[in-house]
Design a protein around this ligand. Structure first.
Ligand SMILES: *Cc1c(COP(=O)(O)O)cnc(C)c1O
Length: 365
């Protein structure tokens, strides 16, 4: 990385890294979000001084004052992305500049300073390079990267903070599709909203997740895997899951996804799927889709498939939808053809198995 905003990261290697044999054991079956690497990237922000002290250091707990403003007013944003092993043994990121820009958009909405795109990309490149031994070998494995930023100023007054900490941690993750993709059952919440017009639904902030957890636990209680949220104003339009966007595959080759009106998170997977689906000859339309239409179209056979998408689980079929009014099945209740095709189109590009005609794959080494 070069340019005016490309920081030099001070490299302070972990004096006690995990031993090779132990790491290899952890990488055999890493699951999701529990195996962490030896290092983290850190950059400080201070009002008047800007971004400073970019460094890679040993992953460790953060000393924190109990009056740190994030603990009280929740100024916090994050990103989620993966470093993939390519078929030829190399390592690559997928559309990382889109994550950098979305991180800036989230920061603006939360009245936080925007991290320059080059600093974001440099921090990601550095942590992957430093902890490259933690990328699981074999198909489906990846290094999940979690950049995040929070208000670290020690102050209880209510206003945007003057000090922030930006960090990137990395976690070795396995394939979500071990043993084949399984369709999920989702719970349509009629009591709780995730995001309202004018709110923070389009920002990737921890607060949105905090607001969604009660509905998620209701979903689990109802025997479902995930919750789907309807719009807050009319409780009529389907928006998205707690952390994934939705697509509806109709008979006749039309694919619908809800429009980005400010209450839905603009997923990078969503955007990529729209492009790939159009290339495959589908008519892709961003238009509101009601819960009632979802139910009646599934029953009449007009709706063939529904799938959810996001970086963590890539593409997952929605087989059954439950709500307080009953339940319905989409298609066969399993993973449909279009869902499977879109999943493999995307995964093949990410893994360097199919040509990258859009310049989405950024090789690191
Ligand atoms: C992160 C996220 C998504 C998926 O975004 P991707 O960029 O595709 O990973 C969808 N919905 C919500 C609420 C999210 O936080």
């Amino acid at each position: 990385m070069t340019g005016p905003d490309a920081p030099t990261f001070d490299l302070r290697p972990n004096a006690n890294p995990v031993a090779d044999a132990q790491r290899e054991k952890l990488l055999e079956n890493p699951g999701f979000g529990t195996v962490f690497t030896d290092h983290m990237a850190v950059i400080n922000y201070t009002e008047g001084r800007g971004w400073h002290d970019a460094r890679i250091e040993a992953r460790a707990p953060i000393p924190m004052d109990p009056a740190s403003s994030v603990l009280h007013y929740a100024q916090e944003i994050f990103e989620g992305m993966k470093a993939y092993k390519l078929q030829d043994g190399g390592t690559a990121l997928f559309r990382p500049e889109a994550n950098a820009r979305r991180f800036q958009d989230s920061a603006r909405r939360m009245a936080m300073p925007e991290l320059p795109e080059e600093m974001f990309l440099a921090s990601i490149g550095k942590i992957v390079e430093t902890d490259r031994a933690w990328i699981p070998p074999g198909d489906g494995g990846a290094l999940y990267l979690r950049p995040f930023m929070f208000a670290s100023e020690v102050f209880l007054g209510v206003r945007p903070a003057k000090e922030y900490l930006y960090m990137v941690i990395a976690s070795s993750v396995g394939s979500y599709f071990k043993g084949g993709a399984k369709a999920i059952t989702i719970w349509a919440s009629q009591d709780y909203s995730r995001a309202a017009p004018g709110g923070t639904g389009a920002a990737k902030c921890g607060g949105n997740y905090a607001a969604s957890l009660i509905a998620q636990s209701e979903a689990i209680k109802q025997g479902c895997d995930q919750v789907v949220f309807l719009d807050a104003a009319e409780r009529k339009w389907v928006e998205e899951l707690g952390g994934m966007n939705l697509f509806f595959v109709q008979d006749g080759g039309k694919i619908v996804t809800p429009p980005l009106t400010g209450t839905i998170l603009p997923g990078i997977t969503r955007d990529s799927i729209m492009t790939l689906a159009r290339e495959e000859g589908y008519e892709v339309s961003e238009e509101p889709y009601s819960f009632d239409a979802w139910c009646s179209d599934a029953q009449s056979g007009k709706l063939l498939e529904t799938f959810a998408c996001g970086t963590a689980a890539v593409v997952t079929a929605v087989g059954t939808v439950k709500s307080a009014d009953g339940e319905f099945t989409v298609g066969s209740g399993g993973t449909g053809q279009v869902t499977e095709k879109m999943r493999s189109r995307l995964v093949d590009i990410q893994r360097g198995k199919a040509p990258d005609t859009h310049g989405w794959v950024q090789r690191l080494f």
